[in-house]
Each structure stands twice: as structure tokens, then as C-alpha cells.
Design a protein around this ligand. Structure first.
Ligand code: SF4
Length: 440
């Protein structure tokens, strides 16, 4: 649990020597509490302080790597309290008796969805053994070769798990099915081949006993998989674990959750996956590859795991819409994603090619950024000059959003040689504006 400034101060030397850059130990403690300083800046911090503050600064839900992605590291129960940190990873399950394995693996690899400038993909492939060992190992090899994703390995036996873990060495995959009976063997495999381990039990008590045992033994790359028998039970188990970890600092339950959706009915399975995304799932394994289902789930995930404190924004730069040349029209708007996509979409719809200048506006909309002084004439002119865009075009007309018509004079003054045209207020009117003003 996070410590207050006063609690932290009690752990500091209280000599007010100022070597950390703060005037007093209390001031430094307040910075530590606000996570604006690091304890290493105090050369006199005791071992006890380092131990206590180090543990207190760990997130209540342990961070675990799966491939290149991370899960866990969550600090709040509800998104509006701060933000959720890592989105639920979506994996697709394949078993070794399934038809068209190569096609499915290639489809998983190639599936891409673009939303507000982000490219979303399937994060992992889950491999379930139904047939004999040879067919399972063939599946593991194919998945590694074709899908290019970390694996969620669900083998029938510990010996099959061992071979699969070895084949997937270095991919930071997940080995499933650790129970009290095989804990030691699977842990050894994960340590040797660099994988995380999913411990499984029917209830919270069973999971707690297992994770405590692993942590005491020095292995902490864990996920928890509840053997929940219904959607209600899955929801309850995930919620209890997250609540206990965050509100009561119960470390044995502070691990990301893994769940296989076994229901092959599209609607039922989607409801279960939605529940995982909304309620604390770390990895959600879908029973099959279905692009329609993935669109809905990935879009939901993007919304749930977007930081509410940071507007979604695109990179500030000059964007080419279509195939513009040196004489193409030039538009300017802000880097708030919604604004960018609306404006660029309307320009595209008009059928012309154009340049769209997007200065840094901290992701704010046109009027908000103007009110905050981030979308002024001098700001836009400075961006155009510093980007070198002036030298790339012969056009000397720039269209500004109608809502900020008042900056036209300032922009003309700051950008000598340019004529400022005031465009429409609403992006929906851009196409008509282009046809009536720019291409008439
Ligand atoms: Fe206090 Fe350490 Fe800062 Fe000195 S360096 S003022 S002892 S916190």
C-alpha cells in the first residue's frame, strides 16, 4: 500500500542535509509520496527504508511479461480513479486435432485492426493438446514458425509441457496448469526456458496457497487461472482477487488472471470475453479465430484501457492526404485523434489530395487548445517553420478551422507570404467548402 509523506519521513535520516536537492527530509518525503523523486537520491537512506519503500512502491498487481507485452501492474479498482495500465491480452486457442491449422495460424498472424491511429493485433496463440504428443509438438513448432506470437501452452502431461516449453524457449510464453502436484516441475521449466506460469485452482484459497508457495521459493512470474464453472463465478473470483490485492495489499492474489473461454457459442463466448476485459482479465483466450468477434473485443479493450487523463492523440507532423504535390491545398487542425480523423476523412471524401498540418496541441480539440494557448497563430507558424514544410510546397494558402477565425491575422503576421483562409466550423462541411472555394 502506498505510504503517506509523513510515514515516509519517519524512515528518513531527518538531518535535513539537503543533498537530495530538497530543503528538508519532509519535503523529500512528500516528493517520494507523490512519486516525483527516487529514494536513491538520498545517500543516507537506511537499508530498512530501502526495503520498506521498495516494497511499498511495487504495484499491488504484479507485472508479468508475455512476449513483448506486459500485463498486471494495476493500481486501481476502477478506471476513473486513475487509469488501467495494461490491456487484457487476447489470445486465440487452437488444438492439435483442428483442421486447417496452418490457415488459422496465418490468419492470426495477419489480422490487424486500426483504430484511432493504433494497430491492434492478436496478442498470443493458445495451444491445447487433445491428441498425442507428436501432434502437439508439431502444432507448437508450426505456431512458433507461422504465428510469430508468444504461446499459452496447455499440455496434457508434464512431460509434454516440458518439451513444448523447450521448443518455445525465449519467447516469454505461458505454461498453464500448475497445481500443488506439479508445481516444482513446471516452475523449473519456466525458470529454465524463460516463461511465466499459470497456477490453477478452483477457488481463491487454493490459488493463494499456490502463489505463496511459489513466491516463497523465489519464483514470481505468475498468472492465476481460476477453475470457474460459470460466468458469475469467473466474475466473482476475478473481482475478489483484484479487490484483495488493491484494497488490502494481499500479495498472494496480486497476479494477472488468465481465462480460457470454453463456450464456443459466439454470443455466450463474447459475453464472457467482455467480462474478462472489463473485470480484471490479464489474458483472455478465445475458443476460435473470429474476426467479427475480435473487432468488437479489441475496440472495447481500447476504450477500457485508454488513460482517461490523456486525450487520444496523433503524432504532430504534416500528413499527406492522398498524393499531394507542391501545389496542393494545405489545412491545419489539432492533434486530438477524433479531430484529425474527422478532418482527414472529410478531405479524403472530397476526392482531392492535400497536406494536413498537425502541430502539437496536447491532444486537445480546436477550441480547447486555442483557449489553452496551444493553437495560436504563432504556435502554428512556429511548427510550420521548424518542420521545414515551407520548403516542400509552393502553396502559400492555409485553411484554418472556422472556430478559430480570430487567429487568422496573427497567423498571417507570423507566417509572412502566406494567405490564411478561414474554413468551415464543422468538419462535415469541409467537402462542400473544398468544392465551393478551393476547386471551383
Ligand atoms: Fe534528508 Fe536524505 Fe535529503 Fe539529506 S539527502 S535532506 S537526509 S532526505
Amino acid at each position: 500500500m502506498a505510504l503517506s509523506g509523513l510515514q515516509i519521513q519517519k524512515l528518513l535520516p531527518k538531518t535535513n542535509c539537503k543533498e537530495c536537492g530538497s530543503n528538508t527530509c519532509l519535503a523529500f518525503a512528500m516528493k517520494l509520496a507523490a512519486k516525483k523523486a527516487n529514494l536513491s537520491e538520498c545517500p543516507y537512506a537506511s537499508d530498512e527504508a530501502k526495503q520498506i519503500l521498495g516494497a511499498a512502491s511495487e504495484p499491488p498487481v504484479k507485472g508479468v511479461a508475455v512476449g513483448e507485452a506486459r500485463i498486471g501492474e494495476e493500481t486501481v479498482l476502477y478506471r476513473h480513479e486513475k487509469t488501467f495500465v495494461h490491456g487484457t491480452l487476447l489470445a486465440v486457442n487452437i488444438d492439435d486435432t483442428a483442421p486447417d491449422i496452418d490457415t488459422t495460424l496465418a490468419s492470426i498472424r495477419d489480422y490487424k485492426l486500426e483504430r484511432v491511429g493504433e494497430v491492434l493485433m492478436v496478442d498470443a496463440v493458445a495451444l491445447t493438446q487433445k491428441g498425442d504428443d507428436e501432434s502437439f509438438f508439431t502444432l507448437v513448432k508450426k505456431a512458433l514458425e507461422v504465428a510469430e506470437r508468444p504461446l499459452i501452452i496447455r499440455a496434457k502431461s508434464d512431460s509434454a509441457a516440458a518439451e513444448a516449453a523447450k521448443l518455445a524457449a525465449g519467447t516469454k510464453s505461458v505454461l498453464c496448469g500448475a497445481t500443488a502436484d506439479n508445481a516444482a516441475a513446471l516452475r523449473k521449466l519456466c525458470e529454465e526456458y524463460g516463461h511465466a506460469l499459470a497456477v490453477t485452482a478452483g477457488d481463491v484459497d487454493g490459488i493463494t496457497a499456490l502463489t505463496e508457495e511459489f513466491k516463497a521459493g523465489g519464483f514470481n512470474e505468475l498468472l492465476v487461472e481460476f477453475n470457474s464453472e460459470s460466468l458469475a463465478e469467473a466474475f466473482q473470483n476475478n473481482s475478489i482477487a483484484r479487490f484483495a490485492a488493491i484494497r488490502h495489499s494481499l500479495k498472494p492474489l496480486g497476479y494477472p488472471a488468465l481465462r480460457f473461454i470454453e463456450d464456443t457459442d459466439l454470443l455466450e463466448g463474447t459475453v464472457e470475453a467482455v467480462t474478462e476485459i472489463c473485470k480484471y482479465g490479464g489474458v483472455c483466450v478465445l475458443p476460435s479465430f473470429d474476426p467479427a468477434q475480435l473487432v468488437a473485443l479489441m475496440t472495447l479493450r481500447l476504450n477500457i484501457f485508454t488513460d482517461p487523463q490523456k486525450p487520444i492523440q496523433v503524432e504532430p507532423k504534416v500528413y499527406a492526404i492522398g498524393e499531394p504535390d507542391r501545389n496542393s491545398p494545405v489545412f491545419v487542425t489539432t492533434n486530438f485523434s477524433l479531430t484529425y480523423f474527422l478532418v482527414s476523412g472529410e478531405i479524403e471524401n472530397s476526392g482531392i489530395s492535400a497536406w494536413l498540418v498537425i502541430p502539437e496541441c496536447e491532444g486537445m480539440s480546436v477550441l480547447t487548445s486555442w483557449a489553452a494557448g496551444k493553437f495560436s497563430g504563432t504556435h502554428i507558424a512556429k511548427f510550420i517553420k521548424e518542420s521545414g514544410f515551407e520548403a516542400e510546397v509552393d502553396t502559400r494558402e492555409i485553411v484554418i478551422p472556422g472556430y478559430v477565425a480570430q487567429i487568422s491575422g496573427e497567423l498571417e503576421e507570423s507566417l509572412p507570404g502566406w494567405k490564411v483562409l478561414v474554413g468551415p466550423q464543422e468538419s462535415a462541411d469541409i467537402e462542400a467548402y473544398i468544392k465551393s472555394v478551393l476547386t471551383k
